[in-house]
Write a protein that binds this ligand. Structure first.
Ligand code: BES
Ligand code: MN
Ligand code: ZN
Length: 499
């Protein structure tokens, strides 16, 4: 597979060599320059379109090889659909689909002509979204594929976007590229196997954000013991690899404004512990740090685009292993908050990690809002499949904001309930709370558990067990790890907490 190497911008004009892409609305509507290019085909476009059944419908392509009358090797015509219903999100998808068409054509360079007929809104942000879609579609995780001797080296694919206003497009891409890099960072972290990415290694990756101006503190076992984080430490005690808590701080806002806080579940591998999981599919549990990866990726995006906001990312990094020293079902631990927890199932470990991470974040940083992301329950897959992440919140205003940014970013959320009645399910005679509420409403009782470690700060919990990995391939994501959450969190900050 060809990889995307570089995206650059130049002034819109007729492409004359190599592979070119022009954009068409339904019934082959073209912009002036595109029209000029295709008129050299002397009716050849209409003829080819007729034969191939191409009419410019949304996300369709017509690939003309060595078109007579043109010096181009290929002319790819890409369908935008009806002029009036091209949204900003569509441009992102278009970038993905065009990239796939170029890969299929084995192109190593291509020029894309952003010249559209009247009625199509073509802003600098639309062009940047297109570029982001292309970059995300091109992502592959091939770190561990050894290069075969004598095999042809993979070619990079260079894209030149020919646009009406190069300055505006470059400016917009500067922002979007940082966001795309954040998504790619999250995907890499989730794809990386657990033997390579343990808690210590993950914390090192978080520390690398210092190069973007993020302040990073890493807490080790000693510090966490001092803070009495027995819930988090209890999960970690069955692993020979010590836990970490990484705190990332971006101070782009006014001094003294309460920060937005993101908290992530970072279980680098979840065997289930003594309540061990069945072996089938257990390899997926290398992705049980998808929440922490999304938080780290979002911090990258926010810092890279120098967001005018104060944002904190806190990730709890542990490995859940069965071992002579592992935590047992029946154990009772006292969380940092003072709440006692009866462990009934050591596989309900994410909520234990988050109990201390949430409490710590809230006490130490007094955030304006707090959002946690976690691959928390299999039950959210039963409820929503992998098309929506589950949203739980104690605050309708925050929930609305999240739902709206989910729409814009194309990372969908569906709200699920919290209530006193659900909360009762996790009461136990032996301690303040138990860590499982049984089979029914498993995602809700998990969220209720987390809420016991949240005071009156507006808080939301996103259960990303269905969306962080293993989700269906789409226009901009072709691999196992999706990077879900990075664009959503970044969008939320951009929409509601900046300036
Ligand atoms: N990491 C899992 C949840 C999960 C399952 C994520 C499938 C992604 C895909 C979590 O730690 C877990 O094991 N949850 C249990 C909770 C139960 C023991 C109450 C579950 O969902 O079965
Ligand atoms: Mn588990
Ligand atoms: Zn887990």
């Amino acid at each position: 597979m060809t990889k995307l190497a570089k995206i650059s911008f130049s002034k819109a004009g007729a492409p004359t060599k190599g592979v070119a892409v022009v954009l068409a609305t339904e019934k082959l509507g073209l912009g002036n320059i595109a029209h000029e290019v295709t008129s050299a085909l002397e009716g050849g476009l209409e003829r080819a379109a007729g034969i191939a059944g191409f009419s410019g419908k949304k996300k369709t392509t017509l690939d003309l090889v060595a078109p007579a009358g043109l010096t181009l090797d290929r002319l790819i015509v890409f369908g935008l659909g009806k002029a009036e219903d091209v949204s900003l999100g569509d441009w992102r998808a278009f970038g993905g689909v065009v990239l796939a068409a170029l890969q299929k054509a084995k192109a190593d360079a291509a020029e894309i002509l952003f010249d559209v007929p009247e009625g199509v809104e073509l802003t600098a942000s639309a062009i940047a979204e297109f570029a982001m879609g292309a970059k995300l579609r091109a992502y592959t995780f091939d770190t561990y594929k050894s290069k075969k001797k004598g095999a042809e080296p993979e070619k990079d694919l260079k894209l030149t976007l020919k646009v009406p206003d190069t300055k505006a497009a470059r400016k917009s891409w500067n922002v979007s590229e940082g966001i795309a890099d954040g998504v790619i960072l999250a995907r890499d972290l989730v794809n990386e196997p657990a033997n390579v990415l343990g808690p210590v290694e993950f914390a090192k990756k978080a520390a690398e954000l210092q190069s973007l101006g993020v302040e990073v503190d890493i807490l080790g076992e000693k510090e966490m013991k001092k803070l009495k984080m027995a819930a988090l430490l209890g999960v970690a005690q069955g692993s020979v690899r010590p836990p970490r808590l990484a705190v990332m701080r971006w101070n782009g806002g006014k001094k003294g404004t309460a920060p937005v806080a993101f908290v992530g579940k970072g279980v680098v591998f979840d065997t289930g512990g003594i309540s061990i999981k069945p072996s089938g599919g257990m390899e997926d549990m290398k992705g049980d740090m998808g929440g922490a990866a999304a938080v780290t990726g979002a911090m990258h995006a926010i810092a890279a685009r120098k967001a005018k906001a104060n944002v904190i990312g806190v990730i709890g990094l542990v490995e859940n292993m069965p071992d002579g020293n592992a935590q047992r079902p029946g154990d009772i631990v006292t969380a940092m908050s003072g709440t006692t927890i009866e462990i009934l199932n050591t596989d309900a470990e994410g909520r234990l990690v988050l109990a201390d991470a949430l409490w710590y974040t809230q006490q130490k940083y007094k955030p304006a809002i707090m959002i946690d992301l976690a691959t928390l329950t299999g039950a959210v897959l039963v409820a929503l499949g992998n098309l929506n992440a589950g949203l739980f919140s104690n605050d309708d205003d925050l929930a609305e904001k999240l739902l709206s940014s989910a729409g814009t970013s194309g990372e969908p959320l569906w709200r699920l309930p919290l209530s006193k009645e659900y909360d009762k399910i996790i009461d136990t005679p032996n301690a303040d709370v138990k860590n499982t509420g049984g089979r029914w409403a498993g995602s809700v009782t998990a969220a209720q558990f987390l809420q016991r470690f949240v005071n009156d700060v507006p808080w939301a919990h996103l259960d990303v067990a269905g969306t962080a990995f293993g989700a269906p391939k789409d226009d901009i994501s072709q691999g196992w790890a999706s990077g879900y959450g990075v664009r959503l969190l970044n969008q939320l900050v951009a929409d509601h907490y900046e300036g």
